[in-house]
Write a protein that binds this ligand. Sequence first.
Ligand code: LMR
Length: 334
Amino acid sequence: MFQTVTKVLATLTISTALLVSPAFAEPISIKFSHVVAVDTPKGQAAEFFKKRAEELTQGKVKVEVYPNSQLYKDKEEMEALQIGAVQMLAPSLAKFGPLGVKDFEVFDLPFIFNSYDDLHKITKGEIGQKLLAKLEPKGIKGLAYWDNGFKSFSANTPIKTPGDLKGKKLRIQSSKVLEAQMQALKAIPQTMAFSEVYQALQTGVVDGTENPISNFYTQKMHEVQKYMTITDHGYLGYAVIVNKKFWEELPADVRTQLETAMVDATDYANKIAKDKNDQDLAAVKASGKTEVTVPTPEERAVFRATLIPVHEKMANRIGKETIDAVYQAIDFKK
Ligand code: LMR
C-alpha cells in the first residue's frame, strides 16, 4: 500500500514537472500582420525578425508573419492589435491619426526631410522615442522605426507641375496631412486601404496616387499607371508596434531576446530600404509600362513651394511643439 502511494506520488510529481517544464511548454506565438508584399523593405524585415526571434529564443517564440493584407487591412489590423488578435504590426507612420495619435503625421509633412540622414535624426533620437511613448495609453507599445522611402506621384497623364494633378482623384493613406497636401495641389484626396489601391487605379475609381517605388512596383501599380514623377516629396516609413499587455507579460528573458531581435531587424530594414527602392525603380523603368520622369531642380522647387504651406496649416493638428522640435533637430529651412 505504502509503495503504491509512493509510486502514484512520484508519477504525479513527474507529470507536474513535465507540464510546467519550459522544454515541454507550447511556444509563445506572435502573429505579425502587415499589408505589403514580402519582397519589400517591411516584408523582408518582418521575415528577418521572425528568423532572428526564433533563433534567439531557441524556439520559445514562434513568429507567424501574414503579409499582403492576408489577415487584416489597414484599419482592421490596428483594431486586431488592440484586442490582442495579433501581437505585432508595422503600420506606416501615416496611419496613426485614426487612433487619436496625430503627432505621427509630422512625418507626412511634404518636403520636411531631405534625406534618410535627416529622418534618422528623428527616428533614432529622443523625438522618435517621445512619439512612440504616446501610443502607450492606447494599449500599444512602440518598439522601433523601420524605413521605407521617399514618395513619388503617379497618374495616367504626365506630371510636370502641381497643376497637372489639379482635379485628379488621388489615393492617400489615412492622414489629414496627406489630405491637406493633396488639397494644396487642388487634387481630390481619397482615403483608401492599401489593399484596394491596385483595383481602384485599374477601374478608374482613383486617377493616381503617391508611393515609394517599392510599394508601387510590388503592388504592380506600374501596370495601371502610365506616368510617374520622382518628386521625393514626402517620406513613408513604419513604427513597429506590439500589444502592450502581451509584451509586458512576456517572461523577462524572452522579452530581452526579442528586443535584441528587433534591434537586428531594424538595422537590416534600414540597410535594405534604399537599395530595394532603387532596384524597384529600375524594374519599373525596365517594364516599359510607366514612363518615369525626374523633375529638374526648378520643377521640383515649384512642387515644394506649393506644398510647404501645408506645414503651417497642419501645425495645430500635429502640435506646434512637435513640428518645431523636428525642425530644430534637422535644421529645417523653409
Ligand atoms: C500605404 O498604405 O500606401 C502604405 O502605408 C503601405 C505600407 O504599409 O507601406
